[in-house]
Design a protein around this ligand. Structure first.
Ligand SMILES: [Zn+2]
Length: 465
């Protein structure tokens, strides 16, 4: 297994701390809104990494946090509190928002066949552990109190920018959404470990601490949750590329200052999903979620395939045209797989041989596109049906594309079909007449009956929800 390590900026042989075992940590979502498909690209790639490790024979323990406190609009401790923002938007309590969007996140993950990590820990579960770490950092002289908050002192470290490639743009992260600079910070990149003097009078979640009532900064949670469940040394830490700075840089700073030794050996970062304008913006256009794709008639597996066809370290450009192409490719691939008859007896030596080939292909820095190519090679080969199916079943433990799962037969009576077709032609006429209100009303009428229609270049298609 070889993997690109953001710390060394090289592809390295993967050597875990303990032979045969892998401790893996994933930064989880801030549960104040639905997950964007750009965020979900990261979770798909991390899921594949975990499955490749298991495929290669490792015993993996994977931990993920849920951020339900402390994450401000800017990753550098400024701006509005994200959870509070969500609560205000929906006139609910912070905990109601957290619980609703945690469920929504895992439901999206399930649709995308993303395995739930072995341990999922909400930040609000471990407040005493956070306080303990902050106390230790103060004792060791790595933290200071100013303006009633506790800050980490980045000037105490020999090397703070451990990922090296910090450019001005990345350093501007904290300034971007900024309203006012925090004058309590001794150094520009010092970060909050514990907020005591809340900037928000109506901060919903507060806890007693040795420094007064307050709440934790965002970065501390991943260090504490990681150490609690994976010990003082972890093998792989994952996240989106935008987590590299300041979040992961700060995690390393505080963890290694606290432990006094190296914390995590391999850092795995998934690159951005962009739209054709170059940046995926939440503020303009539609907010792209799995549900939105489903409502447009896409099987979530098509999005998973879309993510797996590209390499996780390359930015990926999203467009409906590309997704349509992937949908067609996926359908063809799935039909081919489903048409394989289980003829003969599986040739175990071949199964093993193809297993090793796949492990080598995807084990080369998660080359999932190569894994899919191998799947086509299996289909093209002259192996018997039973052997092919066994190999595909094996590959599916990593790809997880539901290729062997028969779609539910859609039993539709003729009467219903006639009704739907009549409605579709009525809608087409309404659109020709530029009566869009009527066209939308017809679409909604069908949707209420569980029928989703989709406009494609070949005309209007429909499916059950
Ligand atoms: Zn994190």
């Amino acid at each position: 297994m070889r993997i690109y390590n953001s710390l060394t900026r090289k592809i390295e042989d993967f050597v875990p701390n303990e032979p045969g075992k892998v401790s893996m940590y994933t930064c989880g979502p801030t549960v104040y809104h639905y997950a964007h498909i750009g965020n979900l690209r990261t979770y798909i790639c991390e899921d594949v990494l975990e499955k490749i490790l298991r495929f290669s024979g490792y015993d993996v323990k994977r931990v993920m946090n849920i951020t339900d406190v402390g994450h401000l609009a800017s990753d550098a401790d400024t701006g509005e509190d994200k959870m509070l923002k969500g609560a205000k938007r929906e006139h609910k309590s912070v905990m109601e928002i957290a619980s609703f969007y945690t469920d929504a996140f895992f439901s999206d993950c399930a649709k995308l066949n993303i395995r739930t990590p072995d341990i999922v820990e909400p930040a609000t579960n471990l407040i005493p552990e956070f306080i303990h770490m902050v106390e230790a950092l103060l004792e060791k002289g790595y933290a200071y109190k100013a303006g009633d908050n506790i800050y980490f002192d980045t000037s105490r470290l020999k090397e703070y920018y451990v990922f090296g490639n910090q450019n001005e743009e990345e350093l501007m992260v904290g300034v971007r959404d900024d309203v006012s600079e925090d004058i309590n910070k001794r150094n520009k990149n010092d970060f909050v470990l514990w907020f005591t003097k809340s900037k928000f009078e109506d901060q919903a979640l507060k806890w007693e601490s040795p420094w007064g009532v307050g709440y934790p900064g965002w970065h501390i949670e991943c260090s504490c949750i990681g150490m609690k469940h994976l010990g003082d040394r972890m093998d792989i830490h994952c996240g989106g590329i935008d987590n590299m700075f300041p979040h992961h840089t700060n995690e390393i700073a505080q963890s290694e200052a606290y432990l006094g030794h190296k914390w995590c050996n391999y850092w795995f970062h998934v690159h951005h999903l962009n739209d054709e304008t170059g940046k995926m913006s939440k503020s303009k256009g539609e907010f792209l979620t799995v549900s939105l794709l489903e409502s447009k008639g896409y099987d979530p597996m098509v999005y998973r395939m879309f993510a797996l066809q590209s390499h996780y370290r390359k930015p990926l450009t999203f467009s409906y045209d590309t997704l349509d192409q992937t949908a067609a490719t996926y359908k063809k691939l799935k039909n081919r797989v489903l048409s394989v008859k289980a003829d003969g007896q599986a040739d175990e030596a071949e199964v093993k041989d193809w297993h090793d080939k796949f492990a080598q292909a995807v084990g080369n820095d998660c080359n999932t596109a190569m894994g899919i190519t191998l799947l086509y090679d299996v289909l093209k080969s002259d192996l018997n049906g039973a052997t092919k199916l066994k190999i595909i079943e094996d590959y599916e433990t990593v790809l997880s594309l539901n290729l062997l799962k028969e779609d539910k037969k859609e039993e539709t009576d003729d009467e219903l079909t006639a009704y739907i077709e009549e409605k579709i032609s009525e809608r087409t006429q309404a659109k020709k007449d530029k009566d869009f209100a009527k066209a939308d009303a017809i679409r909604d009428e069908l949707k209420a009956k569980g029928i989703v229609i989709k406009d494609t270049r070949e005309g209007v298609t429909w499916s059950r929800e």
